[in-house]
Design a binder for this molecule. Structure first.
Ligand code: SAH
Length: 406
């Protein structure tokens, strides 16, 4: 994979001044920052990155089809990117999750979070003895076998399954690829254990790698707020929040999702945990929320976790209106003293902007009553196994607000 010492490595030369972000350890090189490429690197090949004056800046994975033309493997020009280098990145990332895994009966966590763990293009989620991974870039694709071996070599791993079917692969000129990578086939009954709860993992057909590991901290927040409350779980997916709310004795529970199969799994998740997840409604959330509003329904705890509504900055305007509509409807459904937990998992939506959107929604929802106010009482973020390097804020994508009405 790596250039043999004798051959001259392909080199990517930056435009003048475009080394600045790299000197701050930001790992992306955009196509507009590239002056020229020497040699004929193939997609995923490792290239030496040079500033306009020839200074060697490090090594990067080359993605000729993508606007993100290269992603840094290393900021040390003396560090060759070899099999053992790449494997060690995976092992070290997994070791960093040591404190999380095993604590409180939790056996599931994201082991590798792409650039945030120095392995651009690799997502690897562990569920017990099974790892489900996603390769999203040409660089990760080129190191597929090394990555698979490194994941399979982690202690207690029986299976590495590939779910490289995310849309982002298209931007890298890669087609979808799904299937067993190493070991024995994953159990159809695979579950994620988390703090005494069990959740079905939809390895083959589910969202992401089969479960929303990134809402772990939110599940704890739901557990704290659910007791005795009328709970509305909008965009429930497989009902993880609903299971928690039911176990914590919510007084009533309604889960809404447009996916029938996801709701079937929600019912199964209830059974797995010995709780009744209450009413499951297969519906479009926008329509369903309007229906509940028209019937003057009220809830004490509303969870609003829509899918990614903006994939890019360009889609942000439209997405902002959708977020506002949803939050406006949700605030209207809050009982006095009711709490809304509301999220955006669009990377393009910053916490600042999201807060403004929710503020606008709350204002419009409460215009009728002059002395009403909606307050932020908490903020929610992606959990510790989805870290955000200070040098790479783009890793932050999931943000939530906990707000309370008068
Ligand atoms: N809160 C969930 C994850 C939600 S993912 C958890 O913690 O596991 C987003 C969900 O929104 C998916 O299940 C998807 O099926 C659903 N969805 C997408 N568009 C929808 C729509 N218009 N109406 C209702 N549900 C929708």
């Amino acid at each position: 994979m790596s250039p043999s010492p004798a051959s001259k490595p392909a080199a990517l030369w930056l435009q003048p001044a475009r080394e600045r972000s790299l000197l701050r350890r930001h790992p992306w090189i955009f196509s507009g920052g590239v002056a020229r490429v020497d040699g004929a690197p193939q997609p995923g090949d490792t290239v030496l990155v040079r500033a306009a004056d020839g200074t060697e800046l490090g090594w990067a994975a080359y993605s000729p089809a993508s606007q993100i033309r290269a992603r840094m493997w290393s900021f040390d020009p003396a560090q060759q990117v070899t099999d053992s280098f790449v494997a060690a990145r995976v092992t070290t990332a997994a070791e960093r999750r040591g404190a999380l895994l095993g604590a409180g009966g939790t056996d599931s966590a994201r082991l590798v979070f792409s650039e945030a763990d120095g392995v651009p293009g690799l997502i690897a989620d562990r569920y017990g003895d099974t790892i489900v991974c996603q390769l999203t870039t040409a660089g990760a694709e080129a190191w597929r076998d090394v990555l698979a071996d490194a994941l399979f070599a982690l202690p207690g791993v029986a299976c590495v399954y590939e779910r490289s079917d995310a849309d982002v692969r298209e931007r890298e000129g890669l087609g979808p690829r799904v299937g067993l990578l190493r070991g024995t086939a994953p159990s159809p009954e695979l579950t994620a254990h988390e703090g005494g709860f069990r959740f079905a993992v939809e390895v083959e057909g589910g969202h992401k790698t089969g479960f929303y590991l990134d809402q772990r901290d939110a599940r704890a927040a739901v557990a704290a707020w659910a007791p005795g409350r009328r709970v509305l779980n909008v965009f429930s997916y497989t009902g993880a929040f609903s299971v928690i709310a039911a176990a914590r004795e919510a007084s009533s529970l309604l889960s809404i999702d447009s996916s029938g199969p996801a709701l079937e799994v929600a019912a199964r998740n209830g059974a797995l945990n010995g709780v009744d997840v209450g009413e499951l409604m297969e519906a479009d959330a926008f329509t369903a929320l309007r229906g509940l509003r028209d019937r003057a329904q009220q809830y004490d705890l509303i969870l609003l976790d829509p899918p990614k509504l903006a994939n890019t900055e360009r889609q942000l305007d439209k997405a902002t209106r959708a977020y506002k509509d949803l939050n406006l409807l949700a605030v209207k459904l809050l009982a006095p003293g009711g709490v809304l937990m509301t999220w955006s998992c669009s990377g393009a939506m910053t916490m600042d902007l999201f807060q403004k959107v929710v503020a606008g929604a709350a204002l419009d929802a409460t215009r009728g009553s002059a002395d009403s106010a909606v307050r932020i009482i908490g903020r929610l973020h992606q959990p510790s196994d989805h870290p955000v390097p200070l040098s790479f804020p783009e890793a932050e994508y999931l943000k939530g607000l906990v707000v309370q009405a008068n």
